[in-house]
Design a protein around this ligand. Structure first.
Ligand code: 8YV
Length: 306
């Protein structure tokens, strides 16, 4: 559209370059990835924006949403809507689109990868080899078998169910906690996360974030999981009381944790960095090329009105 009028599209998070190129054929892309850039763009005709692209973590700051009078579409490159003021969107008739089921497999794969990495000490042993310690003697600690473990899943939605399907062939016992029991579900239901944790060796968090699930995994749940228990979180850092988690991992009241998500990303509590009983990832649940391509394809389709 050389020279012709092009509407503006607000980008609060990037897409893959190939997808941004497709969007740039129809829109002037205005990128605002940090608070300063967002503040600056409000001074420049905020009524330009009828649509914006964001991701699950960035969401849309409520004040920014309020300052965009013509906004009618929020296209989320992800499934999480916990960082979006859905009530404001509803009242203003703003459509919020997500990538639905597209990332389910990738996040479920990541959960299993993290769990095995933790139990089999993959990252720790890798550090051992790189540091040259093997020449002084074999790896000093045995790992833990997954077979026979009791796995409790907090949040048996699409991703939680995909995790359960992957774990079944490993010969684990599966149980779950949701607000309500799922009709026809074969796994044991616990109406309270504490009782699930008490009956689990491994607690796996796959619940949606937001006010409703904030600190669902609190001190009592972690206490019930106990010194031999391990926590895996691929959902949102906010679902777990992170201070409690860090304190218990540090003094041995909790056995270990594999974490893809944190309460205040990209800040990771300093104390975790020195611990051997944790596996830490920079929020990579959906981060495969195939998945991110499929997610971005969907976002482009939605923004272009397909
Ligand atoms: C990514 C996620 O953070 O979908 C989500 O809610 O947390 C992740 O897939 C992100 O949205 C990828 O763009």
């Amino acid at each position: 559209m050389n020279g012709a009028y092009q509407p503006a599209l607000l980008m609060l998070a990037p897409l893959l370059a190939e997808h941004e190129t497709r969007l740039a054929e129809r829109f002037v892309l205005v990128r605002a990835y940090d608070a300063d850039a967002r503040q600056a763009l409000l001074a420049e005709r905020p009524e330009r924006f009828a649509a914006l692209v964001t991701n699950g973590v960035q969401g849309v700051p409520p004040l920014l949403m309020a300052a965009l009078p013509k906004l009618s579409l929020i296209a989320v490159n992800g499934v999480g809507v916990d960082a979006i003021d859905l009530e404001q969107a509803r009242l203003r008739g703003i459509r919020v689109s997500t990538t639905d089921d597209i990332l389910t497999d990738a996040v479920a794969d990541q959960a299993v990868a993290l769990l095995l990495a933790l139990l089999r000490q993959v990252c720790l042993a890798d550090r051992f080899v790189r540091a040259g310690h093997w020449r002084q003697g074999g790896f000093p600690r045995l790992g833990t078998s997954l077979r026979g473990q009791r796995v409790g899943i907090i949040g048996l939605g699409r991703i939680g169910t995909a995790i359960a399907e992957r774990l079944r062939p490993f010969g684990v016992e599966l149980a779950y906690h949701n607000r309500r029991a799922l009709a026809g579900c074969e796994h044991t239901y616990h109406d309270d996360p504490r009782s699930l944790a008490a009956a689990s060796d491994i607690l796996l968090v796959a619940a949606a974030g937001g006010a409703g699930s904030r600190h669902l995994v609190d001190a009592q749940v972690l206490e019930a999981l106990g010194a031999e228990g391990v926590l895996v979180n691929v959902a949102r850092g906010s679902v777990v009381d992170e201070d409690e988690l860090v304190a218990r991992l540090s003094d041995g009241r909790l056995g270990g944790a594999a974490l893809d998500v944190f309460a205040d990303e990209p800040r990771v509590p300093e104390a975790l960095l020195a611990l051997d009983n944790v596996v830490l990832q920079p929020h990579l649940g959906s981060a495969t090329l195939q998945t991110r391509r499929a997610m971005a394809d969907h976002v482009v389709r939605v923004v272009l009105g397909g």
